[in-house]
Ligand binder design. Structure first.
Ligand code: ZN
Length: 409
């Protein structure tokens, strides 16, 4: 589809100015697929116009990644070379704005040995995680999307106009159209989310109880001082407000690691390591996933839960009403960026230390002592059934309805 230059420009501008909120003198790291090189140039130019000192581009390729896994040895792929590590180290000093443009084919790695994929991810993450932890909360970043042909085909297998339709949905969910002022629309959206988050913070819930007719029956404890947040974040190094996900509809917090019970039934397929897990549920005892079943991707799900100590515990709970514009699109995006903003979800693995007071200045070790889960993975899965009910338990034991029938009570 020939999407108008006017719309593309508006979108690129929104990503750079409202999303990453690039400031004069900052370095930008743009991560984007080679196929999207034209849009990459557009985003680069917007960054320079915003005063960026330098824009570096990391080019991604589904095809290259697949070929690597088909032909190269596991040991070779697992190794993090000194220059790669040096680059990460440099990042902890430069603290660049990171702009990630997602366009991945959801089936990019289908058929690739899942054990090999998991092991390589595990080994590489072990080396790279300390660098990622070091920049957490200290740099601006944003993830937005650009529809690739293959991704669009996955969403609309029978349509001739699959790419157009995916474009239309993406632009609607990020509030960009021919005539609007996306900056003021986003301001209103951020205000709405912040109001809901402050209501949750005033309640001071100590735990949440989930029930739905599909089998979800689950209780999770919250960390008393952890806050509910949504939409935007402030970079603790320079006070710049940025929006890490476009679209974003969720209000999230970090639950107490190792303190949940019961079963969560997923309502949408999950893409992990570029492969799909479908129709699954996970049962927790004493805060850890003790069993799981999946109609498709059982082995993959089991491997995911065993990635490390923290992979079987929760790091995020997030609330999204079923009226979310992403959900209203009425189809599955096969992309966490979108699907997590269509449904209440939880995430296995890494929690967010920044929801704790002073969390940005804590080491991961300090955050762990306060109850935040630590892991090399952070994988969202969707539990927002149409009849989902969530109750919040107050410190005095009283129960307050938070969600009824999949939306704010
Ligand atoms: Zn989330």
């Amino acid at each position: 589809m020939r999407i108008s230059d006017k719309l593309l420009n508006k979108y690129a501008e929104l990503i750079v100015r409202t999303g990453a909120n690039v400031q004069p003198g900052q370095i930008v790291q743009l991560i984007i697929a080679v196929e999207q090189h034209e849009f990459a140039s557009m985003v680069m130019e917007k960054c320079y116009e915003a005063g960026a000192k330098k824009v570096n581009v990391d080019w991604l390729s589904d095809v290259k990644r697949r070929l690597d896994f088909q032909y190269a040895d596991q040991e070779v792929l697992s190794e993090v070379l000194p220059w790669e590590e040096a680059k990460m180290k440099q990042m902890t000093e430069d603290l660049p704005c990171r702009i990630y443009i997602e366009s991945e084919d959801p089936d990019a790695m289908s058929g690739i040995d899942t054990q090999k994929l998991s092991s390589v991810t595990q080994s590489r993450s072990r080396v790279l995680k300390p660098y990622r932890d070091a920049i957490e909360g200290k740099h601006q970043w944003v993830i937005a999307a650009y529809p690739s042909e293959k991704w669009a085909r996955k969403c609309f297998p029978d349509a001739d106009d699959a790419v157009e339709r995916l474009w239309e949905a993406i632009l609607r969910t990020v509030r960009v159209d021919e005539d609007n002022d996306p900056v003021s629309d986003w301001k209103a959206h951020v205000d709405f989310i912040e109001k809901k988050a402050s209501w949750l913070n005033e309640q001071g819930f100590t735990s949440l109880r989930y029930r739905s007719s599909n089998g979800t029956d689950f209780t999770v404890d919250l960390i008393p001082e952890a806050r509910w947040e949504g939409a935007g974040v402030t970079n603790s190094m320079n006070g710049v407000f940025y929006i890490p996900n476009m679209p974003t509809e969720e209000i999230f917090s970090t639950p107490a690691a190792g303190r949940c019970e019961g079963t969560l039934v997923s309502v949408k397929p999950l893409s992990w390591n570029s492969q799909l897990i479908e129709d699954f549920s996970i049962t927790f005892r004493d805060g850890r996933a003790v069993s799981c079943r999946a109609a498709k991707g059982q082995e993959l799900l089991e491997q995911m839960l065993k990635m490390d100590e923290g992979a079987s515990m929760l790091g995020e709970v997030a609330l999204v009403p079923k009226e979310s514009p992403v959900n209203k699109c009425g189809f599955l995006f096969y992309s966490t960026l979108f699907d997590e903003n269509a449904s209440c979800h939880c995430a296995l693995g890494m929690g967010f230390k920044e929801v704790l007071p002073g969390g940005n200045d804590m080491t991961m070790r300090q955050a762990r002592e306060r109850g935040v889960n630590d892991s090399i993975i952070h994988v969202d899965f969707m539990v927002g059934a149409d009849d989902l009910a969530i109750d919040g338990v107050r410190p005095d034991g009283s129960m307050i309805p938070v969600f009824r029938d999949g939306t704010w009570a």
